[in-house]
Design a protein around this ligand. Structure first.
Ligand code: MLT
Length: 270
């Protein structure tokens, strides 16, 4: 792990391998460890960067609300601090996808290709946003253990829960250890995030859209609609997986990522 001090905040990240930069952005309420199935495997061909977002894992934050825009700006600052001049392929899962939309909007020159895993373009409904803000208060008062029981059944397919207890346990441990301030700030940031559906037709970068067949949070039909609206998208459904498809079936997802990056490279010459 590397530590970068940017302004008054310390960020931790994995920076492994060499080649075209491939930036992984984790979901909520997780950290870079959700990409362990990608990091070693893809570092043979790419410079794999996997930060802990502000307030998650080992990265610090003292903010009460962190917007998706702020996380995107942090990623741009991290790339600057690492002197990564080449535009990156950005792979974001769920909340990482919400951040990816903002990265495209705010830092287009730093972006070469997008990989959007198990994410959404719509904003929260009024009720969902309200529930998130209440949850933020509960997490601050009681800690993050309460999220484990609530989230695990939604994160993994029934088959993964039965056959892959190791990844389920590791993810539960990450949630349990998560910093309550960071988690609450992200919940508030997600509650405030805008609907970006009207951006989709303008996102003219090669994009891979990945969705677990049994994803209960960002369902296949909704992700298929996102892919339909993106001008240059390839859509891949990962059999027997849920919301955490890259962790549940890394071999399948890594193959899809490699094929996509190679084909997109041939087409765009980048
Ligand atoms: C995630 O996996 O990042 C979350 O499910 C996102 C969300 O709660 O909307």
């Amino acid at each position: 792990m590397k530590t970068l001090a940017i302004a008054d905040t310390k960020f931790h990240l994995v920076d492994q391998g060499s080649g075209p930069p491939l930036l992984f952005v984790h979901g909520f309420p997780l950290d870079h460890q959700m990409w362990l199935g990608q990091i070693d495997a893809l570092a043979d061909e790419y410079r794999v960067l996997a930060p802990d977002l502000r307030g998650f894992g080992e990265s610090e934050s003292s903010l009460e609300v962190v917007s998706m825009e702020r996380y995107a700006d942090d990623l741009a600052s991290i790339l600057d601090a690492l002197e990564v001049d080449q535009p990156v392929s950005l792979c974001g899962l769920s909340m990482g996808g919400y951040v990816a939309w903002q990265f495209w909007k705010r830092h287009a020159r730093k972006l070469d290709k997008l990989i959007l895993c198990d994410t959404r373009a719509v904003a929260d409904s009024t009720e969902a946003a309200l529930a998130r803000r209440e949850l933020a208060k509960d997490v601050l008062a009681q800690g993050t253990s309460m999220l484990v029981e609530a989230m695990i059944p939604k994160l993994f397919s029934s088959k993964s829960r039965e056959k892959k207890p190791d990844i389920v346990e590791a993810t539960s441990a990450v949630i349990q250890k998560a910093n309550r301030m960071g988690v609450a700030a992200a919940l508030r940031g997600m509650a405030d995030r805008p609907d970006v559906t009207h951006w989709l037709r303008q996102i003219r970068v090669p994009t891979l859209v990945v969705c677990g067949e049994e994803d209960a949070i960002s369902v296949v039909s909704e992700m298929g609609e996102i892919a339909d609206q993106l001008p240059q998208a390839t859509f891949t459904v990962v059999p027997d997986c849920g919301h955490m498809a890259p962790l549940e079936d890394p071999a399948f997802v890594n193959r899809a990522i490699r094929d996509f990056l190679r084909e997109a490279q041939t087409e765009t010459g980048s």
